[in-house]
Every structure is written in structure tokens, then in C-alpha cells.
Ligand binder design. Structure first.
Ligand code: NAD
Length: 287
């Protein structure tokens, strides 16, 4: 009857008001985040998004020219710390800076990564020193970040750790071997660490972006197809997604990171969130 209908509607309204309050509000208010590789590309876009949602962000990058510029650009909620992720002491120090400045670390995003050499493409000619270099940044650097975040998060019983994999970590043929191999390890690291950290209240997840027009990808496509204009290169990268009417942008990864970093994902750990506009679904259908 009408009374029942009204009360039903009120309940629905209340439920939706709660939902909108979470989705529309500042979802990282009071949180402290550290993002490695945040002087450029996806890390920078994520730092911007986190700040928009109320976080204090440590811009941790080896680039001592761009890093401070980006921190200034992002405003008083951003602070640059020099951090080469292959240098464990610098990773430890960047985490310590977050705790000293803000009293805690809520979110650690191990995002720094390199593509490494694209040529020669054959495994038969692989330069193992170059392979080690890529693994030291993409894999060992990620593990160093997880280790030092866990060091300060475990005593607090909470925290969200994010890592960056790639769709090159889901299948072969989507990047040079060292890159693809390094990115395949990330979801494994996340699973392994999640199995321990879930007992401590700390979540750990990774994101696998498809090709996004950041300086890294634009440079890579430029090398594969020399002589193209910047616009043509961007056009190639934008064309990788399969979702009609949508093109991949840095903000798409930043928003996935926002979700995993925030309490909206409080029951999500050990997962790999693929942000590729259907690229891998579409290709899988054809295999
Ligand atoms: P980018 O080159 O724009 O930014 C990478 C940042 O990492 C730079 O600021 C660089 O100075 C920093 N960095 C590199 N080596 C470092 C080190 N040893 N220590 C600390 N910082 C270091 O690249 P991006 O596209 O934003 O890539 C970010 C992450 O996303 C990488 O892990 C990359 O593999 C991954 N990814 C990118 C794409 C893409 O299409 N752009 C797709 C999938 C995954």
C-alpha cells in the first residue's frame, strides 16, 4: 500500500544517499600516500587524483629535475623525495619521510617501472645485464617498496599497498621479454604477500593498465615506428582499447588506483585490476 511504498522509497533513498556520499566525496581524506615513479605519467596522474580526494602525497622518484617541479605543480599536499627504487636505503628513507612528516603511511603505490630495451626482440639475443636492470627496477624495486611499507603499516594494523603490473604481464607478445617477464611477476608477488598481510589488516593489489599515452609508451611506439609525428604516435596508443567510444587515459588508471587505495575496496586484496578497455578480453576471444 501507499505507506509501505513510501517507507520503501525512503530506504532506497537513504541507501543511495550513502552510496553517493562515498562515491562523490573525498575518498582519501586524512590519508597519507607514497607513490614511486610519480614525477611523470601514471604516477603523476594518480598523485593528482589522490590529492583531489584529500590525501597528502609523497612524490618519490629518481628524477630530481621533474620530481620537485611536479610537487610544486601539485601544491602543498605534495612533497618530493628523491628515491631510486633500486636503492633500498632510499626506499626506506622515503617511507620514513612520510611517517615523520605525517605520522603514518596509509597507501604505498609501487608504480615506478621502465620498459627496458625493445631491440633486439629475440630471446636468442637477450642481453642478461639489461634483463637484470629491468628486473631490479620493476621487480626488486616493487618488493623493496612492499617491504618498507609493511614495516611501518604492520604495527598500525591497516594500509593499502598497490603495485603496477601491465597487460604485458598477462600474455606474451605485448612488450619486450624483460618487460613482459618482469610484469608477469607482479600479480604473483601480490598474491604471495596478500596471503601473509591479510592477517594483519593490510591489503595489497595490483593494476594492469593497457597502453596509455604516457611519456614511456609514446617513446616506445616512437622507437617501433620511427618518423611518426607526436600526434600519429598518440593516435596509435589511443587506438589500443576496444571499448567503443572510450580512449585510454592516465585518469582511468588513477581512478582504479583511487578505488583500490580507498576504504571502498576494504574487502579486496590479492587482486589484479585490469584497466585496458577490453583489449585483453577481445584478443583472448581470438586465441
Ligand atoms: P613514465 O615513464 O611516464 O613514468 C615513470 C616514472 O618512473 C618516471 O617519473 C621515472 O623517473 C620513474 N622511474 C623510473 N625508474 C625509476 C627508479 N629506478 N626509481 C624511481 N623512479 C623511477 O611511465 P608510465 O607510463 O607512467 O609508467 C608507470 C608504470 O606503469 C610503470 O611501472 C609501467 O611499466 C606501467 N605501465 C604503463 C603503461 C603505459 O601504457 N603507460 C601500461 C602498462 C603498465
Amino acid at each position: 500500500d501507499f505507506k509501505l511504498f513510501t517507507s520503501f522509497n525512503n530506504d532506497v533513498l537513504k541507501k543511495h544517499t550513502r552510496l553517493y556520499a562515498t562515491v562523490g566525496g573525498r575518498r582519501l581524506e586524512g590519508k597519507v600516500a607514497l607513490i614511486t615513479g610519480s614525477a611523470s605519467g601514471l604516477g603523476k596522474a594518480t598523485a593528482h587524483e589522490f590529492i583531489q580526494h584529500g590525501a597528502q602525497v609523497i612524490i618519490a622518484d629518481k628524477d630530481t629535475l621533474l620530481g620537485p617541479q611536479v610537487a610544486t605543480e601539485l601544491g602543498p599536499s605534495a612533497h618530493f623525495v628523491e628515491c631510486d627504487v633500486t636503492n633500498e636505503a632510499q626506499v626506506a628513507e622515503a617511507v620514513n619521510v612520510a611517517v615523520t612528516r605525517h605520522g603514518k603511511l596509509d597507501i604505498m603505490y609501487n608504480n615506478a617501472g621502465i620498459t627496458g630495451p625493445i631491440f633486439p626482440p629475440s630471446i636468442a639475443e637477450l642481453d642478461l645485464d639489461e634483463f637484470d636492470r629491468v628486473m631490479r627496477i620493476n621487480v626488486r624495486g616493487t618488493i623493496a617498496g612492499i617491504k618498507h611499507a609493511a614495516r611501518v603499516m604492520i604495527p598500525t594494523g591497516s594500509g593499502s599497498i598497490l603495485c603496477t603490473s601491465s597487460i604485458s604481464g598477462l600474455m606474451g607478445g605485448l612488450g619486450p621479454h624483460p618487460y613482459s617477464i618482469s610484469k608477469h611477476t607482479i600479480p604473483g608477488i601480490v598474491k604471495s604477500v596478500a596471503s601473509e598481510l591479510c592477517k594483519t589488516g593490510i591489503r595489497i593489489n595490483c593494476i594492469s593498465p593497457g597502453p596509455i599515452p604516457t611519456p614511456m609508451t609514446l617513446a616506445q611506439i616512437g622507437m617501433i615506428f620511427p618518423g611518426l609525428t607526436q600526434e600519429q604516435v598518440s593516435g596509435i596508443v589511443n587506438g589500443f582499447g576496444e571499448l567503443e567510444g572510450a580512449k585510454c587515459e592516465e585518469i582511468d588508471v588513477a581512478r582504479a588506483a583511487l578505488y583500490l587505495a580507498s576504504d571502498d575496496a576494504k574487502f579486496v586484496t590479492g587482486q589484479n585490476l585490469i584497466v585496458d578497455g577490453g583489449f585483453t578480453s577481445y584478443k583472448n576471444l581470438r586465441f
